[in-house]
Design a protein. Structure first.
Length: 156
């Protein structure tokens, strides 16, 4: 534990001690109970706070797919947020069995069309947590119908 973490735990312990001191009414064991509980509770609270912060910084944001938002975002800088909708698009199978014109209607024109492999590729933006991750949506066709969607994540 570095000095800043120790200082934060110490401040938490003092605050917790003050709260416990005012809660306990028995004068004989009030000091001992307050000190012991503050010493044990403050590191736990510190750990929980740090865990919540790390979780919130590292989790990938998700939201429901909205075709209008996707298409609007691809025309602006907000296109970097489209990755938040890919998993919903895949989970709800919104494009499965759709033809290329229906896909184009929902997502717009792809950045890359691979005619040999029947794949369309959409750039969906870059997320950041403890590094940068580029997101792409791969749409695979067979007989002009979507058979597979894949979310590609490339970490820098």
């Amino acid at each position: 534990m570095d000095s800043s973490a120790f200082l934060i735990v110490l401040i938490l312990a003092v605050v917790i001690f003050g709260i416990l001191w005012s809660v306990f009414k028995n004068r004989k064991k009030r000091l001992l109970k307050s000190i012991l509980l503050a010493v044990f509770i403050s590191p736990v609270i510190y750990f929980l706070i740090i865990s919540i912060l790390i979780f919130n910084m590292t989790r990938e944001k998700n939201r429901d797919f909205d075709s209008a938002v996707w298409r609007l975002n691809t025309k602006t800088e907000k296109g970097t947020d489209n990755y938040e909708m890919i998993d919903d698009l895949i989970d709800r199978e919104l494009l499965i069995d759709k033809d290329s014109s229906e896909v184009k209607e929902k997502l717009g024109s792809p950045e890359i069309r691979d005619k040999k492999r029947n794949i369309w590729q959409y750039y969906a933006g870059t997320s950041s947590s403890f590094g940068f991750t580029d997101h792409q949506l791969i749409v695979k066709f067979a007989n002009n119908k979507v058979i597979m969607l894949k979310h590609i994540r490339q970490q820098d």
